[in-house]
Structure formats: C-alpha cells, structure tokens
Design a protein around this ligand. Structure first.
Ligand code: GAP
Length: 469
C-alpha cells in the first residue's frame, strides 16, 4: 500500500534521518525543516542526476553558480517588486491568515483561483460563504489584499548605521539573465543554448505547509533555454517531453503524474504560456515542476534598465536580436518529497509480518548496498570488512556496513531507508558451516522481491554494478 497521508512520511523521515524539524531543540521554527543524513544524500543524488542529464551530457548547456543576494534593481527590472504577489486574507475572529486562492481551491478543488484579483477573491469567498478553516467563523474575513513574496533583508553590517534593503532571490532565473552577456562572450555558445543553475530560493509564503512541499526557503534547479522567437513552440514541446522522461527515469509512478496548462489569469507576469507537471499527493494534485515560455521579457527589461546591450548577434548573418526563452524549472525540495511519497510502501509479508519499504530507484537510494555480517563474531566481521573494502575500491557505490542488532532488524532498517541490495556474510562464507553459504559466497537479498541468492564474492562487483545503475 502506498502512503495515504503525509504523516507517514513525516514520521519515517524523522525516525530514519531523512528530514528533521528545523531548530528542534529550541521548539522549532514554523515550517522550517532540515535534511538529515539520508535526506541530504537523497537530495544531492537527485541534483547530481539532474546535472548529468541536463548539463554535463549536453553541448548546448552551461551552468553558473550565482549569488543569492543581488542588486535590488534586478528585482525591479524583472517585475518581481511590482508583480510577485499573492493575495492574503485574515480571519477577524481568530486572526489566522490564509492565501485567499488556497482558501477557495481547498473548499472547491475544481475551481482555479490562482491569479484572480483580490476583489474577485473577496467576492467568491463571501458569495460561497467559505468559513475560516481554523475557527469555523463565517463572514468574518477581511478583504483580500496583495502581499509581495520577495524575502526582504538588510545589507550592510553596521548596527544602527547605514544599511539598505535588499531581497533574497525569489527565483534563480534572474542570475541567468543578468549573466547572459558574460556567458555568451566567455563560452561563444550559439542559439539555441541554455544557462542552468541550482540552489536556494526564498519566498515569504503566506501559507507554507504540507511538510517540505511549500516552505519559505527551498532548493531549485532550473535553466533558461535561449532560442529564436519562431522556435518557441517546438522547444516548449521538446522540454516538456524531456521533463516527463526524466521523471520516468527517476522511477516516479506515471499514474500519479499529469500535465496542466495555466489559464490566462494564472500566468506569471513574465509568461505567455505555462504548464505544470502535477503529482497526486495525499493532499491532492499539486504542482511539481513548471515549464514557461518567458518570451524576451526578462532580457528586454534588463537591457532597458541596465543600459547593457543584451542582444545576440547571429554569427552567420550578423543579425542582432534579443533571444526568447523557454524555462523548465524543477523544485528540488518538492521533488525530494515526491520521491519519498512515491517510494513509500507498507506491505504484509508471507510470514505475517508488516514492513515499511522505501522503493527508491537504485540510482537515488541514499545507501545502494549494505554489507551485513550475520553476527558480531570477529571472523564474520573481518570477512565482511574485506567484502566492504573490495566493493569500495572497485565500485562507485554508496555502501553501508552494519553489525548492530539481529539480522532481521537490520533488514527492516535497510528496507525503511530504501537500500536495494543487502549482502550477508555468514559462517558458510568463511568455510565454517556447510548449511549456510558456500565458502567465499555471500547471500544477496533484493529489497523488492525479497529473493535471496548465493553469489561468489568474485562476481559481486559486476553484479552490483548492473543492479545499481
Ligand atoms: N523561475 C520560475 C519559477 O521559479 P515557480 O513555479 O514559481 O517558477 C518553480 O517555482 C518550482 O519551485 C515550482 O514548480 C515548485 O516545484 C518549486 N516551489 C515553488 N515555491 C515553492 C515553495 N514555497 N516551497 C517549495 N518549493 C517551491
């Protein structure tokens, strides 16, 4: 059985070290989360797979790693100061604050309220008599009003002295636009080509929540793919297919994915067409990735506001023009949650026992192979250590070595952290018990089928290489 509630994932994440509540020893900080030892590796595995697929293996893509704090003029030119808004509404009774569109969509999931004007949202909430989800009061909401999502902070270290307001980046994309000329002159790329980046983005969300689904700081991976205007539909379709293919290669259940086109009202201020790839979470169908046709909006505005020439010169014809942009964007923190949700399974075994198993794709699993001596007997531990060293030297895999607890308990732990393969060294391996393994053989246990096979140690490297790809 798959996960039916987010609580199952939150609880497993805490118990096994995927995600912890942020600043927990001080009572936490609302909606802040820390990735633990396994979660941090899982997230980096996803990021590395993305880097390989979309940057390192492509000649038309380069990467930058830009500053989180940028000149505030960037956010004025990009339209985020004026337009990066959500509408909020307060309950006068219990003082709870909500995103007005979410209030409507949660009550009427078939309605799309994102992008409506505050007065339209106020009218719907009053007409539909939507009650406060916190205290149940009806007709007690304030008018909806806009709230800018940019995360404001001050720049300059002099306390009480001069400092200036700046914003933490609300999206990574702007770094790619403001570096367009630098990248073009240093790499001599020709259209079409992309500039990619990954890292943290910050948004003052009105209603963060659903664990790591919507937080104030989160990891993003995105690229701006620069094209000629006339080619935009062709590349829009191309990148949508690539996003879907990639999700398939991550092992995400295709039945839980769908594509939804944004209505005119929903479109961001910079977009002419946007589609979301959505995932069916236990709290409904939700946006996982976005794909937008940003036209020449950003480069044109930055060119006007900065005075820099951000045009592209066609090397064959010398024609000068501002390229258009297709932007595939991948929320890394959100994708990590989806990978956790998708992997989670509760099963009843033939012997009547229940188990929780995380069925991560082997390339994403934080631990790919666990080496387990059957007991703490020194000879078994020594032999298992030899196996560990052999695999660690020959293979580029993430290994675990665990000797604590009964073998059954250790298998359960490896199932819960999603380790695809366990290798057990027993007395047969060291030639001491012919009822167990053959000498110099080990037992290889498959996480999903639970099949156990006896394999000679000499064959382990090639077998594991294939199984973990
Ligand atoms: N540059 C385009 C851009 O930032 P977006 O749709 O606003 O587009 C991109 O955000 C992705 O970031 C989303 O598809 C989602 O996966 C993720 N995302 C957005 N807001 C988030 C939040 N508050 N917490 C976690 N992930 C978020």
């Amino acid at each position: 059985m798959a996960a039916t509630s987010l609580d199952q994932i939150v609880s497993l994440s805490k118990r096994r070290g995927f995600v912890f509540p942020g600043s927990e020893i001080y009572g936490g900080l609302a909606n802040s989360w820390d990735f633990g030892p396994l979660g941090a590796v899982l997230k980096e595995n996803i990021r590395n797979f993305w880097l390989k697929r979309f940057i390192y293996k492509r000649q038309d893509m380069v990467m930058i790693d830009a500053a989180i704090m940028m000149n505030p003029k960037v956010w004025e030119a990009s339209g985020h100061v004026a337009n990066f808004n959500d509408a909020m509404i307060d309950c006068k009774e219990c003082k709870a604050r909500f995103r007005a569109d979410h209030l409507i969509e949660e009550k009427f999931p078939e309605m799309k309220a994102d992008g409506l004007l505050p007065k339209e949202l106020t009218a719907i909430i009053s007409e539909k008599k939507i009650a406060c989800p916190r205290c149940g009061a009806k007709g007690k909401f304030t008018e909806a009003r806009t709230f800018n999502l940019l995360f404001r902070t001050s720049f300059g270290a002099i306390e009480g002295g001069e400092s200036r307001d700046i914003y933490l980046r609300g999206e990574i994309a702007q770094a790619m636009f403001v570096n367009f000329k630098n990248v073009l002159t240093t790499t001599r790329k020709r259209l079409p080509f992309g500039i990619a980046s990954t890292g943290k983005a910050f948004r003052n969300e009105i209603t963060p929540g659903n664990f790591i689904f919507r937080t104030l700081e989160f990891d993003l991976m995105e690229f701006e793919y620069f094209i000629r205007e006339g080619d935009w539909e062709q590349y829009f379709d191309f990148w949508l297919k690539e996003q879907q293919k990639w999700l398939n290669d991550l092992g995400v259940d295709a039945k839980k994915l769908r594509v939804r086109q944004h209505t005119e009202d929903e479109l961001s201020h910079y977009s002419k067409r946007t589609v979301d790839v959505e995932y069916e979470t236990p709290f409904g169908w939700k946006e996982l990735f976005g794909l937008a046709y940003r036209t020449d909006f950003d480069l044109k505005n930055h060119m006007e506001q900065s005075g820099e020439d951000l045009q592209y010169t066609d090397p064959d014809t010398n024609e000068k023009f501002i390229p258009h942009v297709i932007e595939p964007t991948f929320g890394l923190s959100r994708l990590t949650l989806v990978i956790l949700l998708d992997a989670y399974h509760e099963e009843k075994l033939d012997n009547g026992e229940d188990r929780i198993v995380m069925k991560f794709h082997p390339r994403l699993a934080p631990v790919q192979v666990a080496i387990l001596p059957l007991s703490k007997d020194e000879r078994l531990v020594k032999k298992a250590q030899e196996v560990y060293e052999l695999l660690n030297t020959n293979l580029d895999l993430r290994l675990d070595f665990d000797v604590t607890g009964s073998i059954g308990k250790r298998y359960r732990r490896q199932d819960e952290i999603g380790t695809p393969t366990c290798i057990t060294v027993d007395f047969g391996t060291i030639g001491d018990d012919d009822k167990q393994c053959k000498k110099d053989h080990v037992t290889v246990r498959d996480r999903d089928s639970l099949k156990q096979e006896e394999i000679p140690i000499s064959r382990l490297s090639s077998l594991l290489e294939t199984r973990s790809a």
